[in-house]
Design a protein around this ligand. Structure first.
Ligand SMILES: Cc1cc2nc3c(=O)[nH]c(=O)nc-3n(C[C@H](O)[C@H](O)[C@H](O)COP(=O)(O)OP(=O)(O)OC[C@H]3O[C@@H](n4cnc5c(N)ncnc54)[C@H](O)[C@@H]3O)c2cc1C
Length: 384
């Protein structure tokens, strides 16, 4: 195991970004210490779409078989107008998507993704996963970085050569870099539920990703655990009492679907405007800590995974300024994703004449033109 020119790696936060970074570094022969505040890594959340850009990275790390055992490759993405329930477009995914973007598009439970990453990490002696340790502050020292942490035994400091802040939306590392820490709301909440597939109305019983767009709200449904369960997300006004109120005026199948799902968890939505930087000195940010976005493009975790692949490659290559090269490689792409995610929510939530124009444009657009719009996201490949 080599120590890169930057010295030993510290990673703050063991979400999809931090876990992938630790693994990608280890696979390139670089050891890391991964510091996570949770005492146990038990993901209880819902589903996550792992598009081809993330699939390519995870497959290259050898996770393909573990992910395939628990995930589904959607056959199509179907888009409907929520008030009428009319399908506007069905985009072929499955093998067609794999051919186009060169890697699988999977939908998976977050717990299953985390388990696959943790299993791979467990067999890497180069990764020191330190749980139950909350990062309170981060700073550069004369020859490296230091984390001030709180542990069950009291405060402590952990030193390293460089640091990746992978500690999510409310990142402490970001604060330490003196980057803007405020988040923007849009008055929207995501209501999330995982429901047995048997409880789904016929319209939603499929291996597709299904999106219904209504005035001020939209719904996303996709299969989990090989189609035994479904992930249901309703995004709408935070003032609504819950998902049933948001879809109350929509076509019957949506109301039946929402009525069938229980155990809804509300998730207020935030993002940030793009930043002018992703690093300072020996400290870089990845994932939501770097570029928090609305979930409309389903790219937050995927971009965290992309970040991890690029950062690991550059650090292992030992060029003159790996973190600067990382920032240069990721800045514009992350900004584009953040901006487009905002724009997409406006499109999804159009009402009245604008919604009618959107629907007509979608129905008339050639499938190939619609797929092409996603090439820049899903077709991404890290440099060799
Ligand atoms: C409704 C919804 C649907 C979504 N769907 C998708 C999707 O389909 N596809 C997709 O790619 N993305 C999706 N996302 C986005 C995705 O969930 C996030 O972008 C992703 O989890 C970010 O990963 P991360 O590793 O950067 O941060 P996080 O997942 O937030 O992980 C951060 C980790 O750091 C730890 N941590 C935080 N602070 C500290 C600290 N001070 N000290 C130590 N540890 C700390 C946390 O405990 C956590 O383990 C969705 C988001 C929402 C809200």
């Amino acid at each position: 195991m080599s120590t890169p020119a930057l010295g030993p790696a510290l990673i703050a936060g063991a979400g999809p970004g931090g876990l992938t970074l630790a693994l990608a570094l280890a696979r390139r022969g670089v050891a890391s210490r991964l510091v996570e505040r949770a005492a146990m890594l038990e993901e209880t959340g819902a589903g996550v779409q792992l598009s081809a850009n993330a699939g390519r990275v995870l497959d290259a790390l050898g996770l393909g078989p573990a992910l395939d055992a628990v995930s589904t490759r959607p056959e199509a993405v179907s888009i409907a107008d929520a008030p009428s329930g009319r399908t506007l477009k069905t985009l072929p995914f499955g093998r067609a998507a794999e051919r186009r973007w060169g890697a699988p598009y999977r939908v998976i439970h977050r717990a299953d993704l985390q388990e696959a990453l943790l299993e791979a990490i467990a067999s890497e002696s180069a990764i020191d996963l330190i749980l139950g340790t909350e990062v309170k502050d981060a700073r550069e020292t004369d020859d490296g970085v230091a984390l001030d942490v709180a542990t069950a035994d009291g405060p402590a400091a952990i030193e390293g050569g460089w640091l990746a802040g992978a500690d999510g939306l409310r990142s402490v590392v970001r604060r330490a870099l003196k980057l803007p820490t405020g988040v923007r709301g849009r008055g929207l909440v995501a209501w999330r539920a995982v429901t047995p597939a048997a409880a789904l109305p016929k319209t939603f019983k499929s291996l597709n990703v299904t999106i219904w767009m209504g005035p001020g709200a939209h719904l996303v449904v996709y299969p989990l655990r090989k189609g035994r369960e479904a992930n249901v997300v309703v995004i709408g006004d935070e003032r609504a009492s819950g998902a049933p109120e948001i879809v109350a005026s929509w076509a019957q199948p949506a109301r039946d679907l929402v009525g069938a799902a229980t155990h809804w968890t509300p998730w207020p939505l935030f993002d940030r405007p793009p930043d002018a930087r992703l690093r300072r000195g020996r400290i870089a940010l990845i994932g939501d800590a770097a570029h928090a976005a609305l979930p409309t493009l389903a790219q937050g975790a995927a971009f965290a995974i992309e970040d991890a692949a690029t950062l690991a490659r550059l650090v292992a290559a030992e060029g003159p300024d790996p973190l600067g090269a990382y920032e240069a490689a990721r800045l514009m792409r992350a900004a584009r994703m953040q901006v487009q995610a905002r724009r997409q929510i406006e499109i999804n939530h159009m009402a009245g004449m604008r919604a009618r124009a959107r629907n007509a444009a979608l129905m008339l657009a050639p499938t190939s033109a619609l797929l092409r719009r996603y090439d820049w996201i899903y077709g991404w490949k890290d440099a060799a």
